[in-house]
Design a binder for this molecule. Structure first.
Ligand code: SAH
Ligand code: DHB
Ligand code: MG
Length: 221
């Protein structure tokens, strides 16, 4: 309802908890100067992802949609020694900027970016018999979210965590007249997640500097 209030409270949280340290601040600035859209998670969502990864003790994390690596860094920082993160990104330039930012964050030794359509990269991970991931963060093209859920289930184990961004879309998911790809994808994803016997899950609404949206959280049975 009141985006400016949400933004002010997000700024208060950001300052109180020191969420944008010099590295993340530089990543945000360099994302803009690279001409990449500022559609990364907010700083509090980034800290939330970091905490989820830590809480689950994730040693192997899979991200679908790197953009410029803001969420990648938040997740990568939660890895224990010897942990591994793979981030899938369609656009070569986004992947390059993400790699640069991962190096800046000192994570280049444990995080890698795989370029290409995520559907193909996910199929290759399954075909290669990749070790199961402890956490999957879905944040790429919304229309493909239901497909990404199926791949995520193939690539996880009992107890793994699956998180998906942008599943409320300012209420677009309950507006049947909103038939764009984003809303259709999120709606289909939420329905598939709710009906999926292999997980226990919920959607949480989120407000903040990025407006009104939501995160889906699922634990693999
Ligand atoms: N997770 C990032 C934001 C990701 S934005 C963060 O919070 O910091 C969504 C990203 O998904 C964009 O970089 C876009 O290029 C990428 N993307 C879109 N379609 C894709 C596809 N089919 N496969 C892989 N990545 C895709
Ligand atoms: C878009 C993508 C995102 O992942 C996000 O958090 C916000 C916007 C987009 O494609 O516009
Ligand atoms: Mg997102």
């Amino acid at each position: 309802m009141d985006d400016t209030l949400y933004t002010r409270v997000d700024r208060y949280i950001e300052e109180l908890f020191g969420l944008n340290d010099p590295v993340l601040q530089q990543v945000l600035e360099s994302t803009v100067s690279a001409g990449i859209p500022e559609i990364q998670v907010s700083s509090s969502q980034g800290r939330f992802l970091y905490l989820l990864a830590k809480l689950t003790g994730a040693r192997r994390i899979l991200e679908i949609g790197s953009l410029a690596g803001y969420s990648t860094i938040c997740l990568g920082r939660a890895l224990p020694a010897g942990g591994r993160l793979i981030s899938l990104e369609l656009i070569e330039k986004h992947a390059e900027v993400t790699r640069h930012h991962l190096a800046l964050a000192g994570l280049a030794d444990r995080a890698e970016v795989v370029v290409g359509p995520a559907g193909e990269s996910l199929a290759a991970l399954v075909a290669d018999g990749a070790e199961p991931f402890d956490m999957v963060f879905i944040d790429a093209d919304k229309i493909s979210y239901p497909v990404y859920l199926e791949w995520a289930l193939q690539l996880t184990r009992s107890g793994s965590l699956i998180v998906a961004d942008n599943v409320v879309r300012r209420g677009g998911v309950i507006d049947e007249s909103a038939q764009d790809d984003g809303n259709r994808g999120a709606r289909a994803f939420n329905a598939a997640l709710a009906a999926e016997p292999r997980v226990e899950a919920v959607v949480l609404q989120v407000v903040g500097a990025k407006g009104h949206d939501g995160l889906a959280i699922a634990r693999v049975r």
